[in-house]
Design a protein around this ligand. Structure first.
Ligand SMILES: C[S@@+](CC[C@H](N)C(=O)[O-])C[C@H]1O[C@@H](n2cnc3c(N)ncnc32)[C@H](O)[C@@H]1O
Length: 208
């Protein structure tokens, strides 16, 4: 309870002092999608900047990495990613309203040429193979996640991929379908969530 209030206080201070005066909006007010989809798609919530930095600081980036935030919301993670040497930074989200806000945020910050985002469902997106690092903050429930896991495993047949899964509720789905190697686990004490950073490869076929 105390943690939750502390978190709201931190987010409010950040919003009223640093974001709203510039016209930025990374606030967590949009819960509409959560209600509309009977829990299949999770609503918007943001990863804290401090935790996002801890995640990106822990990666060894070689200047050629391409990041996709699956369920990017208002673009908080992508904004932080722009400070790191990714070759490409992109996000997708099913909610057009959130994408509009993300685009405006990037324009205000002057990073619209560095970061792109588009409104599309993760189940319809066809360009996963352009990326090698995937970020997800518990964006959807099992049935949707299952389809996305299949898509990511197809990419992993062609190249090494890294998944950053914040609040990894459906990590087991990756384990059921592929060979998961956990690289790191980080804990965000502001939100009381773990982040699992792992690689996944297609399951080795055992000789019969
Ligand atoms: C918890 S928020 C994470 C936002 C951002 N990645 C962050 O960490 O700050 C999850 C996002 O996933 C989006 N989402 C839910 N279902 C989706 C789907 N099928 N395809 C794409 N995005 C989806 C929601 O609209 C929401 O913005």
């Amino acid at each position: 309870m105390f943690t939750r209030w502390k978190r709201y206080l931190q987010f409010s201070i950040q919003y009223f002092l640093f974001e709203r005066p510039k016209g930025l909006d990374f606030t967590m007010r949009n819960k509409s999608l959560l209600k509309k989809s009977d829990g299949l798609y999770h609503g918007y919530s943001r990863t804290t900047e401090k935790h996002t930095k801890a995640i990106f600081d822990s990666l060894i980036l070689n200047g050629e990495d391409k990041l996709l935030d699956i369920g990017c919301g208002k673009g908080a993670v992508l904004r932080t990613a722009a400070e790191y040497p990714f070759q490409e930074i992109a996000g997708i989200d099913i909610d057009a309203n959130l994408i509009d806000i993300a685009v405006r945020n990037f324009q205000i910050l002057g990073i619209e040429d560095r970061v792109s985002c588009m409104r599309i469902s993760a189940t319809k997106f066809k360009e996963y193979n352009k990326y090698n690092i995937f970020f997800m903050f518990n964006p959807f429930a099992g049935p949707v996640m299952e389809k996305v896991v299949d898509e990511l495993l197809k990419v992993s047949e062609k190249k090494a991929i890294t998944i950053i899964y914040h609040n990894p509720v459906y990590l087991e789905l990756f384990r059921q379908k592929g060979e998961v190697t956990v690289l790191k686990q980080l804990y965000d004490k502001t939100k009381n969530y773990y982040t699992c950073i792992f690689t996944v490869k297609p399951m080795q076929k055992t000789a019969s």
